[in-house]
Design a protein around this ligand. Structure first.
Ligand SMILES: Nc1ncnc2c1ncn2[C@@H]1O[C@H](COP(=O)(O)OP(=O)(O)OP(=O)(O)O)[C@@H](O)[C@H]1O
Length: 597
């Protein structure tokens, strides 16, 4: 029963496009059918009205046979049909826009979350926000606009055909003027395309800068640089306004040109129709019909707005789906040996970014069960090494082995259950505190959640929250350090044979960090630890240190051996007195051959 309900919900979501599946052509086809139906009704009306008028005039001459009544009824039915179909078109257009927007947004969002982090890096948060909101909505409107545009061609083409049936000379006159109108539209579409792309880009820039300013609001307030920041955020506004004006000008020019051409065409058609009436080749009703048909044919110029929406939608779709098209990691089929200790080895690893080598690590080995601190100056490549070691990114060259198995050969499940990460800023969660800690690749019991929180030094403040572990995270007033400890607890609860902590204790005071370190050794699943460290005390407690310099491994050795090197001490600040005594560590030291410089 539950499964059926779930399937039904999935099917509903797929229909709505909310799960990223393309909604199919049905919504678009419905818009097209209703619009075409309305256009056909529009085209048929002048003919029916003209016929009605001629029959009524004939009836007035005493030749009544009831046919006028039928034609009058048909005219009324066509008018009502047009109104009804227009309403349905609006309804289906709204639905089509909604499902396409939801589908594009979901695809882009899923792609963003699945992407290799490095590839997502060039997209600033504000830019991502613009792509997922404004651009996705514009792109979602394109299919319905395209259908409406195709349907809008039915009226002029149908009117031209009807015109040819009623009077071929008037039709020829209108046909002669049409290329000018088509040229106006083509020019409009071409010029608008370039402006729209630049406009959407400028919107993104403003959003990105605004978000940066919000993130640094405290610094801006403290430095009193509000005015400067405001100018920086709004700098692209001038360009945005200029592009907006240009697009309005293009739109206005297209409307203006077609606004001149349409009356001229109608006038010419009426003049030719008048001559045809005078020569007896056309009836009064026929003249009424040709005037209306000439107007409808010239209505092709009115497609400029729809064409604008299609062009805008095309650019917006490219921008939105750029997020969905980012490369993702491809997983293998292998599993890890069940009882492996968590031996980690980096062989010939090289990572290149923007043509620059940002990490080179060859023959670096962390024995199973050991704790390795990764140290180095800012920008030395610590986070890159941490990302490569747990396969958040793949190296450009070389390979990383865990218990002798290449990480890129592992299944996704094997990788994510055996390698856990904790970062400086944990991912936000909407659920309760307990759910936030329990969420992950493993099934975690409430007791394990509490145990992980105790190990991370989070149990005390969590129990003081209004509803303890059941407090919704968004309603929990947590400091940066407390939030970080919850992130640690989550990593501890899901710790595999390798646990990587990248700046995950940066907001903790030294005493708490020490306690967390002790708990990590005794209360969390034993395994290999890779800890990005900035404090010498953390390096001193580790079994070995991987010292990075300018993207290369300078040495791999215990802290006490490296401390004699001035360059190593300089990493922690010259003259640092926080160099924890080597005996502070109670953990097993790696054998000399395990710590290869
Ligand atoms: N995706 C990327 N594109 C371009 N450069 C990158 C990318 N990832 C990392 N880098 C560069 O690689 C170098 C190392 O970055 P990394 O984040 O590993 O430094 P770090 O040692 O962790 O520094 P910090 O202690 O300041 O966090 C930096 O110069 C960084 O700019």
């Amino acid at each position: 029963m539950l499964t059926t309900g779930f399937r039904a919900r999935r099917a509903g979501r797929a229909r709505d496009g909310a799960d990223g599946a393309a909604p199919g052509r049905l919504p678009e086809v419905l818009v097209l059918l209703c619009s075409v139906g309305a256009s056909v009704a529009t085209v048929a009306q002048p003919f029916a009205l003209g016929r009605t008028l001629d029959l009524l005039l004939r009836d007035g001459n005493g030749e009544a046979d009831g046919a006028a009544g039928h034609w009058l009824a048909l005219s009324a039915a066509l008018l009502l049909g047009e109104l009804l179909l227009d309403s349905l078109t609006s309804l289906f257009t709204g639905r089509c826009n909604a499902v396409w927007t939801a589908s594009l947004r979901s695809r882009a969002f899923d792609g963003l979350l699945r992407a290799v982090p490095d590839h997502a890096r060039p997209f600033a948060p504000g830019d991502v926000g613009t792509r997922l909101t404004l651009n996705a909505a514009d792109a979602g409107g394109a299919p319905a606009a395209r259908a409406a545009l195709a349907a809008s061609m039915v009226t002029p083409v149908g009117a031209l055909a009807a015109l040819a049936v009623v009077d071929v000379w008037v039709a020829a006159c209108v046909l002669a003027g049409l290329p000018a109108l088509v040229l106006v539209l083509r020019t409009f579409a071409r010029d608008t395309g370039a402006s729209v792309a630049a406009y959407q880009n400028a919107q993104s820039q403003i959003a990105s800068r605004l978000l940066e300013a919000l993130e640094g609001a405290a610094t801006i307030a403290a430095a009193g640089t509000g005015a400067r920041e405001r100018a920086r955020v709004l700098a692209p506004l001038g360009r945005l306004a200029a592009l907006g004006r240009r697009m309005w000008a293009l739109h206005g020019r297209a409307l203006g040109r077609s606004g001149v051409l349409v009356p001229l065409l109608t006038l010419a058609a009426t003049a030719v129709g008048g001559l045809r009436l005078a020569s007896g080749a056309l009836s009064v009703g026929g003249l009424l019909a040709v005037c209306r048909y000439a107007q409808l044919t010239a209505g092709v110029g009115g497609a400029a707005s729809l064409l604008g929406a299609v062009v805008r939608g095309r650019e917006a779709r490219n921008r939105t789906l750029a997020l969905a098209r980012m490369p993702t990691l491809v997983y293998g089929t292998r599993r890890l040996p069940p009882t492996g200790p968590g031996d980690l080895e980096l062989c010939g690893v090289r990572v290149v970014r923007d043509g620059r080598q940002v990490l080179r690590a060859d023959g670096v080995r962390v024995p199973g069960g050991a704790t390795a601190a990764v140290v180095g100056r800012s920008g030395a490549g610590k986070s890159v090494l941490a990302a490569v070691a747990g396969r958040l990114i793949d190296p450009d060259e070389g390979q990383v082995l865990l218990d002798g198995v290449r990480l890129d050969r592992l299944t996704r499940e094997a990788l994510r259950t055996e390698v856990a990460y904790a970062f400086e800023r944990p991912a936000p969660d909407e659920g309760t505190v307990a759910e936030a800690v329990a969420t992950g690749p493993r099934q975690v019991s409430p007791e394990q959640v509490r145990e992980a929180c105790r190990a991370a030094g989070a149990d005390g403040f969590v129990r003081r929250l209004p509803s303890g572990y059941d407090t919704p995270l968004p309603a929990a007033p947590l400091s940066g350090g407390e939030y970080q400890r919850l992130g640690l607890a989550r990593a501890f609860a899901h710790a595999g044979r390798l646990l990587i902590m990248d700046d995950a204790t940066s907001s903790l005071d030294t005493a708490t960090e020490h306690e967390v370190d002790r708990a990590l050794r005794h209360s969390v699943r034993p395994g290999t630890r890779l800890v990005v460290a900035h404090r010498p005390s953390v390096a001193a407690r580790a079994d070995l240190v991987i010292w990075l310099e300018d993207g290369g491994v300078r040495a791999v050795a215990p802290h006490r051996e490296l401390w004699d090197t001035a360059g190593y001490r300089a990493v922690f600040g010259a003259g640092s007195t926080e160099a924890a005594a080597p005996e502070a560590s109670t953990a097993r030291r790696p054998r000399p051959e395990e710590a290869r410089p």
